[in-house]
Design a protein around this ligand. Structure first.
Ligand code: SF4
Length: 51
C-alpha cells in the first residue's frame, strides 16, 4: 500500500505544498487500451481540477 504519494500535478484539488497528495486513496489507470509499458502510459484517475 502506498502511504506517501508524491505528485507534481499542482492543478489538482488534492495537491498540497511539497508535492504531497491529500487524497485518502488514489486510482491509477493505464491510459491506453493495451497494458502500460512506460510510466507515461499511466494516469491518476482520482485527479480533479481545482481550476
Ligand atoms: S489525486 Fe492524483 S493527480 Fe491529484 S494530487 Fe493526488 S496523485 Fe496527484
Amino acid at each position: 500500500m502506498a502511504r506517501d504519494v508524491k505528485c507534481e500535478v499542482n492543478s489538482c484539488k488534492y495537491w498540497a505544498a511539497g508535492n504531497e497528495c491529500n487524497a485518502s486513496s488514489i486510482y491509477v489507470v493505464s491510459n491506453h487500451a493495451s497494458k502500460a509499458r512506460e510510466f507515461h502510459e499511466t494516469d491518476c484517475k482520482t485527479f480533479e481540477s481545482k481550476i
